[in-house]
Design a protein around this ligand. Structure first.
Ligand code: ADP
Ligand code: MG
Length: 283
């Protein structure tokens, strides 16, 4: 079943022109068609300014289309009366964990979302327990968020979203401000939610290593989706990715360079294991 469907989605920002004060629209999303199946792990790549965050904000009706349409589990996000349903389906995690944690005790922070949804107290207690377990932060439930590492804070932000029981979690560069350990923690958490709990994950990231296990990757450029496919399909096109100012995983790059030197190695190598296997088959 489709959980997200965009048809010819366009979004224009209006900013006052500093010189003559006129309204000048800037098209940040330019005719996007998108279909995302429930239960998938979806990655969105694209260099800075390509429209990823603008698209992400549509998935939870923080922004609504200038034209075209966006449906979240069948709810048209342009309809005012659907907004709470849309937000119930799709939860958002942003880049900076410090901006997402509000309470001074972790379990209170996790309770904040369901409290706002009017969930009964007994049910909230259950949700706090389950959400903190899901991100591996149970032992910190009575702590203050202040002393946590970036990765731990981001896991609390994820727990806060989980407590609202969304079907889909949208993460906009959740690891961008984290150190390598924090990045691993968050990625592991997100992958587990997808695999074990069947949660649809839409992950925007700059780190190629984080997308190699995705079911499907969308690549954005100038507000359009310019590539779409499995990690293998996407990373078989190293030159095209470079034109789009994107990196590729290191091992993919090495394999690609060898291939250019006429070494018979397949395209789209994504892991060291695959590389070793391909290399050992060389005659
Ligand atoms: P990304 O997340 O891929 O870096 P964004 O969606 O944040 O891209 O931005 C897409 C484009 O829209 C960029 O050119 C950016 O400058 C512009 N933009 C983003 N937010 C605003 C805003 N509030 N007002 C005007 N332009 C904006
Ligand atoms: Mg962004």
């Amino acid at each position: 079943m489709e959980i997200i469907k965009a048809q010819n989605l366009v979004y224009e920002y209006y900013s006052q022109d500093e010189v003559d004060g006129a309204d000048s629209p800037f098209r940040a999303i330019d005719g996007v068609d998108l279909s995302i199946e429930k239960g998938g792990f979806i990655a969105i790549l694209g260099h800075n300014g390509s429209g990823k965050s603008t698209l992400a904000k549509h998935l939870n009706a923080l922004l609504t289309p200038t034209s075209g349409s966006l449906f979240v589990k069948g709810y048209d996000t342009t309809k005012e009366e659907n907004i709470w349903n849309v937000r119930q389906v799709a939860g958002m995690v942003f880049q900076n964990p410090d901006n997402q944690i509000i309470a001074s005790i972790i379990e209170e922070d996790v309770a904040f979302g369901p409290e706002n949804l009017g969930v009964p107290t007994e049910e909230i207690k259950i949700r706090i327990k389950e959400s903190l377990e899901a991100v591996g932060m149970t032992e910190y439930r009575k702590h203050s968020p202040n002393k946590l590492s970036g990765g731990q804070k981001q896991r609390i932000a994820i727990a806060g979203v989980l407590a609202m029981k969304p079907e889909c979690i949208v993460l906009d560069e959740p690891t961008a401000m984290l150190d390598p350990i924090g990045r691993k923690e968050v990625l592991k958490t997100v992958k587990r939610l997808n695999k074990d709990e069947g949660m649809t994950v839409i992950m925007i990231t700059h780190y190629m290593e984080e997308v190699i296990d995705a079911d499907i990757i969308f690549v954005m450029n100038h507000g359009k989706i310019v590539m779409q496919g499995t990690p293998k399909e996407i990373f078989s096109q190293v030159d095209k990715l470079k034109e789009l100012r994107l990196d590729v995983p290191q091992v993919t790059e090495i394999a690609h360079e060898l291939k250019k030197k006429n070494i018979d190695i397949p395209d789209g190598i994504l892991t060291i294991d695959e590389f070793v296997e391909a290399f050992s088959k060389l005659k």
